[in-house]
Design a binder for this molecule. Structure first.
Ligand SMILES: C[S@@+](CC[C@H](N)C(=O)[O-])C[C@H]1O[C@@H](n2cnc3c(N)ncnc32)[C@H](O)[C@@H]1O
Length: 214
C-alpha cells in the first residue's frame, strides 16, 4: 500500500510522548521504564496500529510496544491513540536493531501481523522470520513466551512454518482459515482489507523452550 509521506513526520514523532526516543538507553530496563512488572508484548511492523491499540485498550495490565520503521505510518497510528491508553509505547526503528534495544528475556510475546513477505529468494534475509531474526527473538523473549503470526500470504506462511520448525520452536496453535475458526479476533488494517476481499488468513502460534537443552 502506497502512503503519501507526511513531511514533518520526524518532528511529530519527536514531540510525541508515545514515541520513545533513544530506545536503546532503556536496554535491560524496560520494566523500570513502565514502572511495573507487567509482561511486555511487542508487535513488529505495527503499521497504522489498529491491532496493538485495541489490544492495549482491552488489556490494561500488559505493556504494549509497537515497532515500526516508517515514521509516516506511525503518525497515522498516533492519531488513534487517546489519553485513556497509558500502556502503549511506540519505537520507530528497524527490527534489525531489536537486540540493541531489548535485553535477554525482556519480552513475553511477539506479534508478526501481515509482515512483508519478500517473495524473491534474494530478499530472504529481509523476512521477519529469517534465521537471524528468529535468533534475536529467542534472545529477547522470556521463559513464558509466545510468537503469534498472521498472514494472507501462503508462501510466506509456509516459509515461516519451516523456519519455526528448523529453529526448534514448539507449535501450539495453527489455523488455515482464522476467521472461520475463531470469533472475536482483534484485526489489523491489512487483515480487514483481506477479509473484505474474502481472502483466507493463516495463523500460527509458537513458543521457544528456553530452558530445554536441545
Ligand atoms: C504489510 S504492512 C502490515 C501492517 C500491519 N501489521 C497490518 O497488518 O495492518 C508491514 C509493516 O511492517 C513494517 N516493517 C516491515 N519491515 C520492518 C522492519 N524490518 N522493521 C520494522 N518495521 C517493518 C512496514 O513499514 C509496514 O508498515
Amino acid at each position: 500500500m502506497r502512503l503519501r509521506k507526511i513531511k514533518n513526520a520526524d518532528e511529530i514523532l519527536q514531540n510525541s510522548s508515545i514515541v520513545i526516543k533513544n530506545a536503546e538507553m532503556n536496554f535491560g530496563k524496560w520494566h523500570s521504564y513502565f514502572q511495573n512488572q507487567n509482561p511486555i508484548y511487542l508487535e513488529i511492523g505495527m503499521g497504522k496500529g489498529k491491532f496493538i491499540i485495541e489490544h492495549a485498550r482491552r488489556n490494561p495490565h500488559i505493556n504494549f510496544m509497537g515497532f515500526e520503521k516508517e515514521p509516516t505510518v506511525i503518525c497515522k497510528a498516533l492519531r488513534k491513540i487517546d489519553d485513556s491508553i497509558n500502556n502503549l509505547k511506540i519505537i520507530c526503528d528497524d527490527a534489525e536493531n531489536l537486540d540493541k534495544i531489548f535485553s535477554e528475556g525482556e519480552i513475553e510475546r511477539i506479534f508478526l501481523n501481515f509482515s512483508d513477505p519478500w517473495p524473491k529468494n534474494r530478499h530472504e534475509k529481509r523476512r521477519l522470520t529469517y534465521d537471524t531474526k528468529l535468533d534475536i527473538y529467542k534472545k529477547i523473549l522470556n521463559n513464558n513466551n509466545k510468537i503469534e503470526l498472521k498472514t494472507d500470504n501462503r508462501h510466506f506462511f509456509e516459509y515461516s512454518l519451516m523456519q519455526f520448525n528448523k529453529n526448534k520452536f514448539t507449535f501450539s496453535n495453527l489455523s488455515l482459515n482464522l476467521h472461520e475458526d475463531y470469533d472475536d479476533i482483534i484485526t489489523t488494517e491489512y487483515e480487514d482489507k483481506f477479509k473484505e476481499m474474502g481472502k483466507q488468513i493463516y495463523y500460527v502460534e509458537v513458543s521457544y523452550g528456553k530452558n530445554e537443552t536441545l
